[in-house]
Design a protein around this ligand. Structure first.
Ligand SMILES: NC(=O)c1ccc[n+]([C@@H]2O[C@H](COP(=O)([O-])OP(=O)(O)OC[C@H]3O[C@@H](n4cnc5c(N)ncnc54)[C@H](OP(=O)(O)O)[C@@H]3O)[C@@H](O)[C@H]2O)c1
Length: 308
């Protein structure tokens, strides 16, 4: 099969010809991939800094959408022809930037019919991360106030949108180009992170004592997000560099976990319009290197998709 990937960790992304996957065992499905997500974290996989189970030569890619071509026994109710999306980690044989993907059925979710293949493909990782980060920051309490630092990014926007639809009052940091998009979501308290002293403005928004909960999605923004928090508050950070705890603050270092059931609930919200993901660029099967370069360079809060 045709794929886009690497011959060794740290190597350039190129077109590869790989053996077709084996037939699915019980609890597995073979997916005919229509599109895959391309994002900065794929570069971590390329470099070997995020261990997802790949053994080069291998297709990259940790999220995809497509149609089930075959299922093994005990397939959790999935059938040939079902349209699905997945964050397929740990990888069984190859990554998602390939024509065919062998994946565990417990990591699949139904693709909403109203959503494009590209949107479904780029949704799983940021959506699952948003779901996990929000639960970690809110600690199970309904409602309340939350700061989302770095809300202009693909994941940051989903965190902010999910918080809003679950009844949380959200303050967000964003640059000028993303501020309007966040206001359109219904967030009035948008603070420009380029302005010194924005954490003080956020504390004021929360009544002076600081926000009870914050999620940091801004690389390097961990300390600023912490400084906007109230004593004893909760910080979830997704940037992999949690700060030292202070003032009784609880800190969660959130790393995305694959989970078909939770992805299914997020996909329902995507299908009914409560959540959205915007595609900023779609690349052909031979353009994996260009797609990754665009994603790593920053696509202004839009997601990138690679067609199979
Ligand atoms: N731990 C995990 O499992 C996990 C999962 C997903 C993502 N992540 C990581 O989380 C981070 C955010 O992900 P993403 O998908 O939202 O990335 P993204 O789409 O690449 O976000 C880029 C946006 O972040 C905003 N930004 C950049 N620097 C900022 C700063 N100093 N302060 C505030 N905002 C800033 C910019 O928006 P504006 O200037 O337009 O506002 C920029 O367009 C990345 O580092 C990503 O690798 C981790």
């Amino acid at each position: 099969m045709r794929a886009s990937g690497i011959e060794r960790f740290g190597g350039e992304v190129r077109e590869l010809s790989l053996p077709d996957p084996r037939s699915p065992d019980p609890g597995e499905a073979l997916i005919s991939v229509r599109a895959a997500g391309v994002a900065p974290w794929d570069d971590l996989v390329r470099l070997g800094s995020w261990e997802v189970g790949l053994q080069p030569p291998a297709a990259l890619g940790v999220e995809a959408a497509g149609t089930i071509a075959a299922v093994g026994a005990g397939s959790d109710g999935w059938a040939v022809g079902d349209e699905v999306m997945t964050h397929a980690v740990p990888v069984l044989e190859q990554g998602c930037w390939s024509e065919l993907l062998l994946a565990r059925t417990d990591l699949l979710a139904a693709k909403p019919t109203a959503v494009s293949w590209e949107e479904a493909a780029a949704f799983p990782v940021p959506a699952l991360t948003a779901d996990q980060a929000l639960r970690a920051a809110m600690g199970g309490s309904p409602g309340g106030r939350l700061l989302v630092h770095g809300a202009g990014g693909v994941t940051g926007q989903l965190i902010a949108a999910l918080a809003l639809v679950t009844g949380v009052e959200v303050a967000a940091t964003a640059g000028p180009r993303s501020a309007a998009r966040l206001r359109k979501l219904g967030i009035d308290a948008v603070f420009d992170y380029h302005e010194d002293g924005w954490p003080t403005a956020v504390r004021r928004w929360a009544g002076g004592g600081g926000v009870p909960a914050a999620i940091n999605a801004a690389p390097g923004g961990e300390q600023d997000a912490l400084s906007a928090l109230a004593d004893g508050g909760r910080l979830a950070t997704i940037t992999g560099v949690p700060p030292q705890p202070e003032r009784g603050v609880t800190i969660a270092d959130v790393y995305v976990e694959s989970d078909g059931a939770r992805l299914g609930r997020m996909a329902e919200r995507l299908g009914n319009g409560e959540l959205a993901i915007s595609i900023g660029g779609t690349y052909g099967p031979a353009e994996g290197a260009e797609a990754l370069e665009t994603a790593v360079g920053g696509a202004g809060g839009d997601a990138i998709a690679l067609l199979a």
